[in-house]
Each structure stands twice: as structure tokens, then as C-alpha cells.
Design a protein around this ligand. Structure first.
Ligand SMILES: O=C(O)C1=C[C@@H](OP(=O)(O)O)[C@@H](O)[C@H](O)C1
Ligand SMILES: C=C(OP(=O)(O)O)C(=O)O
Length: 465
């Protein structure tokens, strides 16, 4: 699907979709349990991939309203979970079965990393694959760590990329892993480590990037009654993942959420596009409102402070979970995205609208996502008239709304590039055609409906609307 976005004025209220990161973890944690209900889940292409993996290991995922039949749903690859307010998960009780078939993780890095470690618990082989993007992303450090723990863990092409073959069972132990490629390796080892016999001790060989995502994991594990601890160089416990030298998770634990249910909070990476859209295009003198913004461990809540720093008035009522943003003349800022890689496309788009220079630092790991997002934003914003400078670890956008013009831009088959370019298009002269816009189904399937309801001029062509 291609979309044509025209400069528009926005007003009204939008609701944030549920968090993708929490939904992945909650589905898998429920899989590790004897069964649990996941309330207000994100149902999207990526989270369906995790649901399929839970089913492949012998669990099941079905709408909790009784519309689905748990037993029948167990192996149904195309199970319809759309619009489910809650999902009933039957777990595999910490002992994944050997899957009958290959697990297709589609476009989802989180699924591939978390499910690779889960597969290591099975007494037999699991094969994991994904789409072209996922098959080009780095899995080597996690495979090496699992191999060091005595599990067969291989890339079929011996290049550290999927397809992968993993054969357990994993008993636990101590392992070293780099922290600067993906935090998802740590999340994967902690989630699986809790149900090993001996537990797992993870030592970081390089400082952790994307640390708030490990905090999300620790928060969710605690809610499922599972203990895992970040530690400093001396092995003493820390309050959070930032600055950790390693992590420990005792074995033999049981996943069980209080009252058998877990509720997913709203997604701040998705909120970043709504907030950005408001800062760029809210009706003068009116606030655009975003609901579903309750605080959680998400590092991407930093977008609230970043948009404020760029000059837009923002009020966040944390208790009500509501954000109000007004349009303003934005100015460039310097932002370190070491903890918040998924904000890079949004910040770059806002930087293209803002006056002056926006420097996005510490962004090398943002190159290992669905696409190289540093290059993608540098090139696509340049096509819209913005001047951009790309270094390995820094993206600089020399902004100015008056320079931005409509163009045909490529969403790079990447949900975040599509949504960020659509935000920039709100301020561009003329019409911007964004190609491959259907990829928003990875994290925010209702994105174009939500922004059209706010008044964004959006015309959609082709399939998948
Ligand atoms: O664990 C998670 O839910 C995620 C971790 C981050 O990846 P990295 O840890 O690979 O940076 C983030 O970019 C991704 O969108 C989701
Ligand atoms: C990088 C992302 O997700 P994943 O790593 O799960 O593909 C993302 O959602 O931006």
C-alpha cells in the first residue's frame, strides 16, 4: 500500500496502541507459565509471530472472550486474534515441546531472540526463520552464548544470521555476551534462564545499549513472580539495568502472574508519532490529546521531554495516562539515543521540520533494525529537501520547515520509517507519497485510521488498508 499525505491541521484525541515490547514478553511469559490471560494486548504482525511460537512449543493463544477454542487454536498458524481485548494463553509450563515445524518469526527481532533462547530449553531441535529483513539481522552473539552454555545453536549459513537451528536442553550456567548489539539477547537469556535447573549468570563484555528494554523485562518478570537481578562489577545488586555489568536469574522458578492476568500498558514508541504529529500540525491554540500513556519502564517515554525541549508545550497527566501537546515553532536539539533507539526516526523527522541542527548521537545500534534506520532517515528526509549528515554513530538533520517539500519516499518495509516520514509529510509543501505503508501492521496497525481521524490528509492506494 502507498499513502499520499498532505500538509494538514490536526485536532482531537487519539488512543495509543498497547505496547509491543510488553505484549511479546507477556505472551511468552504466559507460555512459560501453566496459563494466564493477557489483557489489552497489542495484536500486530510481530506479536502474532510470538503467539505462533508459543503454540509451536505446545501452548495455545486464543481470544479470551470464548470466541476461540483453546484446543483448536493450539496449532493454528493463522489464528484470528484481531480486536481481542484479552488473550487466553495455555502455557507449556517451562518445558517447550519440540515444534512440529519451522518457527516463522516474520519481521520480528524480539520474537527471534526471545524464542531462540526458549527453544534451547527443548529436548530436541527447533528451526527459526523470518523474512528477508530479519534474516539479515545479527543473531551471532546469542548463538555463541547458547553454544557456550552447551546447547547446539547455529546459523545455517554460518554467518550469524537466520535461519537458525537450536537444540537443547539448556541446563543453565555462566555466560559472557556483548551489550552493544541488542539488549534482546539479555532479555532472552533471563526469560529462559528462570526455568533452567541451574539458573543463568550473564556477564556483559561491553556496556549495555537499549537498557530500558531490559528494565521492561525485569518489571514484567517481577509481575509474573520471577526474580532476576542486575549486578555491578562486584556482583552487588543494582536497581535497574543502566550501568549493569551483568545479570543473574536463579533457576527452577515458576511463572505465575498475580490473579492469573497481566495487563499491557500503552506503547510510547507508537505515542512518539502521535506526539510528533501534534507538535508539527495541531490546530493553533488547541491541544491534541493522546490517551493510553500511563508510566511504565519504557525508555521511549523520553519523547515527551524531547518534544518539549524542541519547543512544543506538552502536559502529561501520568495518573490519567493522558498527554496534551500543542503545535509550536520547533528548534533543533541534541539527543543521545543509546537507550531509545526506536525514537531515532521520529526525532529525525521532527528535526527536519525544526529550525537549526538536530544531532542524534550514539545511534550505531539503530543500524541493526528492520532496516538501517540511520541511512534510511538520512536519505529519505534528503529526498524531501532536508539537509542531513550521516556518520557511523551520529545523524545530523539541518532542519527548516520552509525547505521541506512533498516527494515520493520509500518506507523501506519498516513500520517506524513509514510513520516517521508521515509525520514529516504533515509539514511538507505539497503531497508526499510514502511507499510500503502497509508495514505499520508490525506495531501500530491502526496508525493511518488514527491520524486520518485527527484530520491528516491521507489517501491510500493498493491492498492492505
Ligand atoms: O526488547 C525489546 O522489546 C526491544 C528492544 C530494542 O532492540 P535492541 O535491544 O536490539 O536495541 C528495540 O529497538 C526493539 O524495538 C524492541
Ligand atoms: C526494532 C524493532 O523491533 P524488533 O527488534 O522486534 O524487530 C522495532 O519495533 O522498532
Amino acid at each position: 500500500m502507498d499513502v499520499r499525505v498532505t500538509r494538514s491541521t490536526l485536532r482531537g484525541t487519539a488512543r495509543a496502541p498497547p505496547s509491543k515490547s510488553y505484549t511479546h514478553r507477556a505472551l511468552l511469559a504466559a507460555g512459560y507459565s501453566d496459563g494466564a490471560t493477557v489483557e489489552s494486548p497489542l495484536v500486530s504482525a510481530d506479536t502474532r509471530a510470538t503467539a505462533r511460537a508459543v503454540a509451536a512449543f505446545g501452548g495455545s493463544v486464543a481470544p479470551a472472550d470464548g470466541a476461540g477454542d483453546g484446543a483448536a487454536a493450539t496449532q493454528a498458524a493463522d489464528l484470528d486474534l484481531t480486536d481481542a481485548d484479552a488473550l487466553a494463553v495455555e502455557g507449556f509450563g517451562g518445558r517447550p515441546a519440540v515444534p512440529d515445524d519451522v518457527i516463522d518469526c516474520a519481521n520480528s527481532g524480539t520474537t527471534m531472540r526471545l524464542v531462540t533462547a526458549a527453544a534451547a530449553l527443548a529436548d530436541g531441535a527447533t528451526v527459526l526463520t523470518g523474512d528477508g529483513s530479519l534474516r539479515s539481522r545479527p543473531q551471532g552473539p546469542l548463538l555463541d552464548a547458547l553454544a557456550d552454555l552447551g546447547v547446539r545453536a547455529e546459523s545455517t549459513r554460518s554467518n550469524g544470521q537466520a535461519p537458525l537451528v537450536v537444540a537443547g536442553p539448556l541446563g543453565g550456567g555462566e555466560v559472557a555476551i556483548p551489550g552493544d548489539v541488542s539488549s534482546q539477547y539479555v532479555t532472552a537469556l533471563l526469560m529462559a534462564g528462570a526455568v533452567t535447573d541451574d539458573g543463568v549468570e550473564v556477564d556483559l563484555t561491553t556496556p549495555l545499549k537499549s537498557a530500558p528494554y531490559v528494565d521492561i523485562t525485569l518489571e514484567l518478570l517481577a509481575d509474573f513472580g520471577v526474580e532476576a537481578t542486575p549486578v555491578d562489577e562486584a556482583g552487588d545488586p543494582l536497581d535497574g539495568a543502566a550501568g549493569a555489568a551483568g545479570f543473574t536469574v536463579p533457576g527452577g522458578q515458576t511463572y505465575a502472574p498475580t490473579d492469573g492476568t497481566y495487563a499491557v500498558p500503552g506503547d510510547f514508541s507508537s505515542i512518539s508519532y502521535l506526539l510528533g504529529a501534534g507538535a508539527v500540525a495541531a490546530a493553533p491554540g488547541e491541544s491534541l490529546r493522546i490517551e493510553g500513556a500511563r508510566p511504565s519502564a519504557q525508555g521511549d517515554a523520553a519523547i515527551v521531554e524531547i518534544v518539549e525541549r524542541m519547543g512544543a508545550p506538552v502536559e502529561w497527566d501520568r495518573e490519567a495516562g493522558e498527554i496534551a501537546v500543542e503545535r509550536a515553532e520547533l528548534s533543533g536539539v541534541t539527543v543521545d539515543v543509546g537507550d531509545t533507539p526506536d525514537l531515532l526516526p521520529t526525532i529525525a523527522a521532527l528535526g527536519a521540520v525544526a529550525d537549526g541542527e538536530t544531532r542524534i548521537e550514539n545511534c550505531e545500534h539503530v543500524r541493526y533494525k528492520e532496516t538501517d534506520r540511520v541511512s534510511a532517515m538520512a536519505e529519505e528526509l534528503a529526498a524531501m529537501g532536508a539537509e542531513t549528515t550521516e556518520e557511523r554513530d551520529v545523524l545530523t538533520v539541518h532542519g527548516g520547515e520552509s525547505d521541506l517539500r512533498g516527494a515520493t519516499v520509500d518506507g523501506r518495509a519498516d513500520h517506524r520509517i513509514v510513520m516517521a516520514l508521515s509525520v514529516a509529510a504533515l509539514a511538507a509543501e505539497g503531497t508526499t507519497m510514502v511507499r510500503g505503508a502497509e508495514h505499520v501492521d508490525v506495531s501500530f496497525p491502526g496508525f493511518f485510521d488514527a491520524v486520518a481521524d485527527l484530520g491528516m490528509g491521507v489517501e491510500r492506494d493498493g491492498a492492505g488498508e
